[in-house]
Design a protein around this ligand. Structure first.
Ligand SMILES: [Zn+2]
Ligand SMILES: [Zn+2]
Length: 276
């Protein structure tokens, strides 16, 4: 995954020119981007920030006169070219695995063409192909111009808010009314959210791999679900009660909250019903 550079330029689709990244100046964003994993995630949930997604969706451009640039389309002939190069490399890797080029050739090829962390211990021909395929496509495409990170998400119209470095699409208050409501709802619980994340990490310290970004996403997602259950226990509880589950310990287990929280929520619920 790419990492943040201080004075990188991005393509502004509205102006159709390269512009200096401007919104990287705040300390908050700088601190976030300096953490190798955290910079990928929305402050309020487990999803990737809009910025991380736009980093992962590279585009190739050609420089024109006066600093203007033009997008290079990803054509079928570029795909075919990339596929041929991939096939050649995969065939070579297969022979290397059989020992044809000496015992150091397979790890050398893996080191050169794959991201060891992404491979997660799978050194099979299929895994090699999957990784080489993706990289070969981008590098072949890039040979027809210059690889740049677009400053707008592909799905958004020109002139829309720039990709947020703090929030995902669902939580970026500048993205839509719905996103602003989600932002206002979840922003109030950021401290609780971070506590829950820390709790899951420390409880699973022995089994959760810190180096694995997918685990980071899972931990954040679990914490998010727990937070939602905590903050609106009556609605989730209603579902369980309607299913005929009345045991408080069982409800607590299913919602991933403490039994005391369930008991308190049931009391609140009783009071609310009495008021009707
Ligand atoms: Zn990385
Ligand atoms: Zn989010």
């Amino acid at each position: 995954m790419g990492k943040y550079e201080k004075a990188s330029s991005t393509y502004d689709p509205l102006l159709k020119v390269l512009v200096r990244e401007s919104d990287t100046s705040s300390d908050r964003i700088r601190a976030k981007l300096s953490n190798h994993y955290e910079w990928c995630f929305c402050e309020l949930c487990w999803r990737s920030t809009e910025y991380a997604i736009s980093m992962a969706a590279p585009k190739v451009f050609k420089r024109l006169k006066r600093g203007n640039i033009k997008a290079v389309p990803l054509t079928e002939s570029i795909r075919t070219e990339a596929r041929k190069k991939t096939d050649t490399l995969v065939a070579r890797y297969e022979r290397a695995l059989k020992g044809e080029f000496g015992k150091y050739e397979p790890p050398r090829m893996l080191g050169r063409y794959c991201d060891m962390q992404e491979l997660r211990g799978d050194f099979s021909v299929a895994a090699f192909r999957e990784h080489v395929e993706r990289r070969m496509l981008v590098s072949t495409w890039a040979r027809h111009g210059e690889l740049l990170r677009p400053s707008a998400l592909p799905a958004h119209p020109e002139g829309a808010a720039r990709p947020s470095k703090l929030y995902c699409e669902v939580h970026n208050p500048r993205r839509s009314d719905e996103a602003r409501r989600a932002y206002q709802r979840d922003r109030r619980f950021t401290l609780e959210y971070e506590d829950l994340i820390e709790k899951i990490w420390s409880q699973g310290a022995a089994v959760l791999p810190r180096w694995d970004i997918e685990t980071w996403a899972e931990v954040r997602k679990n914490a998010y679900n727990q937070l939602q259950a905590l903050k609106s226990p009556t609605s989730s509880m209603d579902d369980l009660l309607n299913q005929g589950i009345t045991n408080q310990a069982e409800i607590a287990r299913q919602l991933g909250v403490s039994r005391q929280a369930v008991s308190a929520a049931i009391k609140r619920r009783g009071r609310k019903q009495a008021m009707r």
